[in-house]
Each structure stands twice: as C-alpha cells, then as structure tokens.
Design a protein around this ligand. Structure first.
Ligand code: ATP
Length: 613
C-alpha cells in the first residue's frame, strides 16, 4: 500500500503506517464487507444475474459477425451443434438475446443497489452509534467536522464501491476473460497480437492507481478540514457576526479549499494522463488488430464477419481493460475511506450504544458523594493538573456550592462526578462505593445536570422536556413543566407542547430555556443534581420564577451548585471555595464571611458591595 506521505497521519496509533503490507489493508477493508453478510442471498442472486447478463453480452459480437457473413452469402455454423441459421433467424436471435440480457441486467442492478444501500445504512448507524458511545477523551482529539465528514464523505465512497465498482468489476471480468477466450478460439494469431499489448496497459493502470489512492485520502482530509470550518462558524454564527469575522472565516475556509483544490487537481492530472494513455493504448491495439486482421482477410484466412467479430471483441476487451483502471482507482479510494471508518469502529466505547438498553431500572443512590484527594489532568493537557488533590464531601440530601474564580476547576470537578473522565489519582466515592466500580449507566442514571447554556433540540417542547426521561407519560411531562414554571408560557404558544423549538422553531428566552432544563431534571428525578448557575442576569420576574422552580428541584436530593452569584447560595449546607484546582476554604456562608482575609469574604465584598473589615 502506498499512502501519500504528505497526507496527515490519523490520530489512532498505528492505524495507517506507510509500510503496512497491502494484504493487511485489503484484509481490513474486507471487514467492511461484513456489512453485506445479512443480505448475502440477495447479493449472490445479483451476482448470478450479472454473470448471465454479461455472458449474454459476449454473444452480441459473435452474432453480429454471423449476421454479416450471412449477408455475404457465407453461412457460418453457429456453435452448439453446428446449426446453420438464415440472416433473419440470426437477427431474431440477436434481438432475443438483447431482451434476455436487459431482463437480467435489471435484476442485477436493482439487487446490487438494494443490498449496498441496506448495508450502508447499517454501517452508518453503527458508526454514529460508535461515535456517540465513545468516552470524552476521544472527543478531545477530534473535531466535529472531521467526524461528520467520516459519516458522510467516507461512507459515500464505500457506498459507490458497493453499488458501482463491484458490479462493474465483475461485468468487465466476464467480458475480458470471455472476450479473450473467444478471440483466441477463433484465431490464435490475431488474439496473440492483441493480448501482447495488455501487460503494459495494466502495469500503467496499477502504478498510477496507487498514486491516486494516496492523493485521494489527502483530498478527503482537506475537504474534512474545510467542512469543520463551515460547521464551526455556522454553529457560532452569532460570535462570527459579533466580532465581524465573516471575512476571517471565509479566508480560513478558502485556505483549506485551495489545499484541497491543489490535491484534487494533481489527482485529476494523474487520472487524465492515465485515461489518455489507456485510450491511446486501447485504440493503438485496435488499429494493430485491424491491420493484422485485414492482412489475414486479404490472404483469405479470415471472413469479413470474423474480422468484425474480432474488432468488436477487441473493443469489449479494450473497454474492460480501460475500466479496470477506473475500478482500481476507486478501490484505492475505498481502501483509504475504509481505513478511517475502521479506526472509528475499533475505538472502545464506554457506553454500548449499539446493544439494546437494559430493561431493569437503575437502582437509586442515597446521594452520598465524596472526592478523596482527587488529582486530574485533561488527556489533551497532561502537563497541567486541573485538579490538584481535591477532597470534599456531600452527604445525602445536602446542598453544596462550588465557588471560585474562572478556570479554577469547578466544571472539571462536575465532569469527574459525572464520570466523563476518571481521576489520575485519588478516588471518587458514591454512597461509599468507589465510583469506578459502579456501572456507568447507574452513575449517570442517578444524576441530572441543569447547565448554564441549555441545549434545545430541533423538536417539540414536549420532546425536549422528555429528554430527561424518554419513557415518561404525557401527564408526567406536564406535571414536571408545572413544577418548573414552564406550563403557562408553553400553553400560550398556539401549538402548546407541540410547538417546535430549536433552529427552525420558536426561539425561547434564556429564562424559558432554563426552566425547560429544570423540567427535564425534575422528570429524571435524580439522586444527585448538578446545577451550573446561569451567569446572565435575568429580569427579576424570570429570576423569581426560576428560583421557585429550583427550590422544588433541589428538594430531597444531593445538589452541587456551581455558584456565580453568591446571593443565591446563602442557604446551602456547605460552600467549597476552589482556587487553582484545589479546595482552599469550606464552610457555611456565615462561617466563610467571618473568615478574615478569606477568598469568599473578598468575593462577597465585591458582589454585595459591603466593607470587608
Ligand atoms: P468557569 O467558572 O470559567 O467555568 P471553572 O472553574 O469551571 O471555570 P474549568 O472549566 O473546570 O474551570 O477549568 C479548569 C482548568 O482546566 C482550566 O485551566 C481550563 O483551561 C482547563 N480545561 C477545562 N476543560 C478542558 C479540556 N477539555 N481540556 C483541557 N483543559 C481543560
């Protein structure tokens, strides 16, 4: 295998070393064919239909030759029994053969399409399922655009192979071997002349095809990077506009596009040379055969019909050789694409998304949480400790506030609680048990988060609330919405709970989105609640509604509140002040306020505008 050294190496270790033998890469690619297995009977029937159709295609030059000989009065016996047919009979046979060929072509084409589309749908589903189930550490290295490019571009390449390349290969293989066989059987001398031109053509096709493969992978990578820019900038279009960075984004995109263009133009030049070389070779060999055949005819060793047959077979055979170059370069492209999809399929998921969800309910936790000397470094930044020996605890039902400057490690602490990441040392305990000994499903099944920035999906309001508990009844959804003070504003929409939200629906205000998130969490009814308090100031009406909804939500469960406004956490059981990845103070609001020179006291003074001494 020869992959382009200039194309970026995939992130997964050892996924594509340039020295890896070609058989290995073929073996890997063949794993993708596994997806055709469920459709093997239909696939095999499509092959048989194709075989019949292609074989019948070979009868065409033969019968045409016989037709011409019949016209000159030379009746050439047909094979299989030496029957001599009249001109009209041969013409009828020709039409009949074409009809049967068309019939089988339909079945083979439809069969191949059906199998490959179904197999591809399975592969797409599995790839997306795999991506969803991968741990956060995987996403740290990947960008969204790159991953969606794999789901679309790479899988489309594989699809083309299943649908067009494989049938094409088979058809051409039949025409090639059958054509050569028939040529040699009729006149070995002419056949010999023609076949002698093949090795050169094949060698050129293979060499150039290899190079095209390397370039294709590199082109896909550049296109993927461009796609990432589009996704990122459209996703954050408000930011792009607010900063007036439209031209900057365009130039980032244009830079990737021009690299892409450079590579595809190189590929196009190679392809063009390959095609023109092959055209020259094919027509050259036809001329050669024509010339030699004409001489044989002159010498009376060949009839006009036989020569016609030869020319037609040579065109067939030449056409197949030429198309092998195309097939070969498509196969090379597919090998590149399968490599990248396979890298994804080989990652080990933390959540087995592709297996059916367990039916038994998640056992409910009491809600004791304990961080014991937890040290943590992000996999993408192993040199900096985001948490440097954090020890804190929350007993069941307690409300804990995390306070501290930006970048101190509050969100990181919460990510570890959700087990999005595992500590490097120290231990997280839930209900007294080491968290890593508890199935992930139970851990996350007992937690809910009300984030600062609430993400609503493109669906109805009801679907968005139900996200907290997909199996909830309509009444449960409405009850949760009432408790979260959402019901009134939802009812005011003309379509009520069926109102579409998100990109193409109504836009909800920040406060309304927060209340939807609270309703989601209420519906989930978790033992441990994480609340990332909104920093944006809401109007006092909204604020009051949210505080009411929160007080319902916080009841009877352990709660971690990442507090930005200290006014909201006066009533919590304990406050932990986090600074630079470590707990520096802890206590109640009053205790911490009383602490001379303490960080909390200083922060409180800033926010409440009260003197500290
Ligand atoms: P804020 O109040 O601004 O949200 P925070 O206290 O929640 O801040 P964290 O988001 O936990 O702070 O960040 C703690 C440290 O970890 C910071 O130095 C941050 O740069 C780093 N960090 C956060 N997320 C990642 C990540 N995914 N990869 C690498 N480093 C990260």
């Amino acid at each position: 295998m020869s992959s382009d050294p200039s194309s970026p190496a995939p992130a997964a270790a050892g996924a594509s070393s340039p020295s890896r033998p070609r058989t290995e890469s073929l073996r890997q690619a063949s794993r993708i064919f596994r997806y055709l297995r469920p459709y093997r009977v239909r696939f095999a029937s499509a092959w048989v239909a194709l075989l019949i159709a292609s074989s019948l295609g070979l009868a065409f030059p033969y019968l045409t030759g016989s037709l011409l000989d019949a016209s000159t009065g030379r009746f050439v016996p047909l094979p299989f029994g030496g029957v001599t047919l009249s001109l009209n009979q041969i013409a009828l046979l020709l039409v009949g053969t074409l009809g049967v060929q068309a019939f089988f072509s339909f079945f083979s084409s439809y069969g191949f399409n059906r199998c490959s589309e179904s197999a591809l749908a399975d592969l797409r589903r599995e790839t997306f399922g795999r991506i969803l189930g991968l741990p956060m550490s995987f996403f740290a290295h990947r960008r969204v655009g790159e991953l969606s490019s794999r789901l679309s571009a790479d899988l489309t390449v594989i699809q083309e192979t299943f649908t067009f390349t494989i049938p094409q290969f088979l058809r051409q293989a039949v025409l090639l071997t059958g054509g050569i066989g028939l040529i040699v059987a009729t006149s070995w001398r002419l056949g010999g002349v023609m076949i002698s031109t093949f090795p050169v053509l094949l060698l050129a096709a293979i060499l150039m095809g290899r190079r095209i493969r390397g370039l294709s992978r590199s082109a896909q990578d550049h296109l993927g990077e461009g796609g990432t820019v589009v996704e990122e900038s459209l996703h954050g279009i408000v930011n792009v506009k607010a900063f007036g960075n439209e031209r900057f984004e365009l130039s980032r995109y244009a830079a990737h596009l021009s690299s892409y263009l450079g590579v595809v133009l190189r590929t196009a030049r190679l392809r063009a040379s390959l095609v023109s070389f092959i055209i020259f070779g094919v027509f050259g060999s036809i001329v050669l055969v024509f010339w030699y055949g004409a001489r044989l005819m002159q010498a009376g060793q060949l009839t006009f019909g036989e020569l016609t047959r030869f020319i037609l077979y040579t065109t067939f055979v030449g056409g197949s050789v030429a198309s092998f170059a195309e097939v070969f370069s498509q196969v090379q492209k597919t090998l590149g694409a399968t490599e990248r999809v396979r890298e994804l399929l080989d990652e080990s998921p933390e959540v087995p998304v592709l297996e059916p969800a367990p039916r038994d309910p998640v056992p409910r936790f009491r809600g004791d949480v304990e961080f014991d000397n937890v040290v943590f470094r992000y996999p993408s930044r192993p040199d900096v400790a985001a948490l440097r020996g954090v020890t804190l605890q929350a007993r069941a039902g307690e409300r804990i506030a995390l306070v501290g400057p930006s970048g101190a490690g509050k969100s990181t602490l919460v990510s570890l609680l959700l087990r999005l990441y595992e500590p490097n040392s120290g231990q997280l305990r839930l209900d007294g048990r080491p968290a890593d000994a508890i199935p992930l499903r139970e851990v996350r099944g007992n937690m809910a988060i009300v984030p600062q920035e609430v993400l609503l999906f493109g669906g109805t309001v009801e679907e968005n609330i139900r996200y907290g508990k997909p199996e909830a009844t309509r009444d449960e959804v409405i009850a949760a919405a009432r408790l979260a003070a959402c019901h009134e504003f939802i009812e005011r929409f003309p379509e009520g709970y069926q109102t579409r939200v998100g990109d193409r629906g109504v836009k909800l205000s920040g406060g309304q989105r927060q209340r939807i998130a609270i309703a989601r969490a209420l519906l989930k009814d978790p033992a441990i609640l994480i609340l990332d308090e909104a920093t944006s100031s809401l109007d006092s009406g909204s604020e009051q509604l949210i505080q009411q909804a929160l007080s319902v939500l916080l009841k009877d469960r352990t709660a971690f509140v990442i507090a930005h406004r200290l006014s909201t956490i006066r009533q919590v059981d304990r406050i932990y002040v986090i600074e630079d990845g470590a707990v520096t103070e802890s206590g109640t609001h009053d205790e911490l306020l009383a602490k001379e020179g303490g960080t909390y006291r200083r922060l409180a003074a800033l926010q409440f505008d009260t003197p500290t001494s």
